[in-house]
Design a protein. Structure first.
Length: 380
């Protein structure tokens, strides 16, 4: 090897190692929560009857997300109150790695569908959702999310489409939904539409009290059906939106309980965990996961007092390939590493608290969540 070739090889090796170091620095992130948030303690459930079900979905949340949060919150999170823990598989009808649309459809309807499909079969036929079945049986139902309402998870419970990106058409299904309470973002597509439909007016015509804030929704709490669209698109970051998810969720369970004495089904989504898994932002991901866990604590306390409510906490899939690689639960420092910008196919956890929790142990498919809820609510 001549001198010139040697110099070139050294330069290439230096660039390669520098690139690896830069990539590693970007992928290995250290986060420390300024202070631990308070968690709740609940007593083991003693009731046998399941009258209400609260299904909580942390979008993209895996065991590793939870382990990172446990570390960041000094070894204590509300999910530790779960009485039973299970695991669910998430594959779709046509792919091993799912997206939120197919995964939420499986949970909402009990049927596998294709990647990107919402509330329809792989052949495009409309599926009956748990909202429809609850309505037919005289139970109330609702969704509370931190994202725009045409996003995949809420849309799978409320709409039908072969393309999760067909936002206008998805929101256009909402006036015919059987849900009794809908809270989230996305106001811009209720009126600013190419087809010139005014969906706020259509929702009002369908019997919804249309509001633009949780405070306004509370003032309409005894009017029956409620739509509260509290942001033009997604809701802002937790530091800016405050305790919106907890407040909206508590309002939702109180409203549904008062309006539907036979019981209710409520889906609550911590929507933006997924966004920060995709973008590899561990700091914001921990903020979102902490916000979701605080709402988990509030729902568990509500269920404890009610005595006839089952709380199920799970995910639609894992996002980011997150791994806990270091840190200290004593200092609240967590070190995480992301391996993908998309979703992974790992099995995700299912936590449950309350009567009927024992039905969610072991390893089962995401479609079984629907079947177990239907059975426990005696809707079959």
């Amino acid at each position: 090897m001549n001198y010139s070739s040697l110099i070139t090889l050294i330069a290439l090796l230096w660039c390669f190692n520098s690139g690896r170091a830069a990539a590693q620095e970007k992928e290995y992130q250290s986060v420390q929560l300024p202070q631990a948030y308070d968690t709740v303690t609940v007593q083991p459930s003693t009731g046998a009857r399941v009258k209400n079900v609260i299904l909580m979905i942390g979008d993209g949340m895996s065991l590793s997300h939870i382990a990172n949060l446990w570390t960041a919150n000094r070894g204590n999170i509300n999910l530790q109150n779960a009485e039973v823990i299970g695991l669910q598989t998430t594959y779709t009808a046509d792919t091993l790695i799912t997206d939120s649309a197919a995964a939420a459809t499986a949970i909402a309807t009990g049927h596998k569908t294709n990647y990107h499909y919402l509330g329809v079969t792989p052949r495009g036929e409309e599926l009956t959702t748990i909202m429809d079945i609850a309505h037919q049986s005289g139970l109330g139902s609702g969704v509370v999310v931190t994202c725009r309402l045409w996003d995949a998870t809420p849309a799978a419970f409320l709409a039908h489409n072969i393309d999760r990106d067909d936002a206008e058409d998805i929101i256009g299904d909402y006036p015919t939904s059987n849900a009794d309470l809908i809270i989230g973002g996305g106001a811009e597509l209720f009126t600013n539409r190419q087809d010139r439909r005014d969906l706020f007016q259509e929702m009002a015509d369908a019997g919804y009290a249309v509001t633009r804030s949780i405070a306004d929704a509370k003032r309409q709490s005894n009017t029956g059906r409620i739509l509260s669209v509290v942001a033009d698109n997604d809701l802002p970051l937790p530091a800016e939106r405050g305790d919106y998810l907890t407040e909206a969720s508590l309002f939702a369970v109180d409203h549904l309980k008062a309006q539907f004495p036979k019981g209710f089904f409520l889906m609550i989504e911590g929507s933006q965990l997924d966004d920060y898994g995709h973008s590899h932002n561990l700091d914001l991901l921990m903020q979102e996961t902490a916000d979701f866990d605080r709402t988990v604590g509030a729902m568990m306390k509500w269920a404890e007092a009610d005595g006839e409510t089952l709380v199920i906490i799970t995910a639609d899939h894992e996002t980011g390939g997150l791994t806990l690689v270091g840190g200290s639960q004593h200092s609240g420092t967590t070190v995480g590493h992301f391996s993908t910008g998309g979703h992974s196919g790992v099995i995700v956890p299912v936590y449950s608290y309350g009567p009927g929790a024992d039905h969610f142990t072991g390893i089962f498919d995401n479609t079984d969540i629907f079947r177990k809820i239907i059975k426990l609510l005696h809707l079959h």
